[in-house]
Design a protein around this ligand. Structure first.
Ligand SMILES: [Zn+2]
Length: 145
């Protein structure tokens, strides 16, 4: 084939970093310049049994940039019906806390990033349907009291 027979097709993949305090799928901080391997938890290490929890602030920023770029924003995501029944969530939280005493001890010892692991476990138990914000708040309330 001659050079003239080729048609260049150029694609761009653009990434940006959102100014969130924590990572996209766990509660680990994103502080620049910290010591290596200090801002990680079982969730962002991808350890078996962990489940990611979406960072609400990242969703907010993504929707904002979507509006700024005149994009169409989906008003819902398929399969995202949430459980917000406090009793059902509390039962799942109590079970996860009881089953993970070492992680609870890590949290109480100052490793607050491990909350992402616990939230992930509750989300897993609810098959992803628990309201993650409620789960996070309930775990914090129980562990900080
Ligand atoms: Zn993490």
């Amino acid at each position: 084939m001659a050079f003239e027979d080729y048609e260049p097709i150029i694609g761009l993949e653009v990434h940006c970093e959102l100014k969130t305090a924590t990572k996209l799928f766990c509660g680990c901080p994103t502080t620049f310049g910290n010591e290596a391997n200090t801002q990680v938890c079982p969730v962002c290490l991808g350890l078996p049994g962990t489940l990611p929890v979406m960072n609400g602030k990242a969703v907010e920023f993504a929707v904002k940039i979507g509006h700024a770029l005149n994009c169409t924003i989906a008003s819902y995501s398929k399969g995202m019906a949430q459980v917000s029944d406090p009793k059902a969530i509390e039962d799942a939280v109590d079970k996860v806390l009881a089953e993970n005493p070492a992680v609870v001890a890590d949290y109480k010892g100052g490793k607050q990033g491990v909350i992402g692991f616990l939230v992930g476990k509750v989300m897993q138990a609810s098959q992803g349907k628990a309201n993650p914000k409620m789960v996070n708040e309930m775990i914090k309330k129980k562990l900080d009291s």
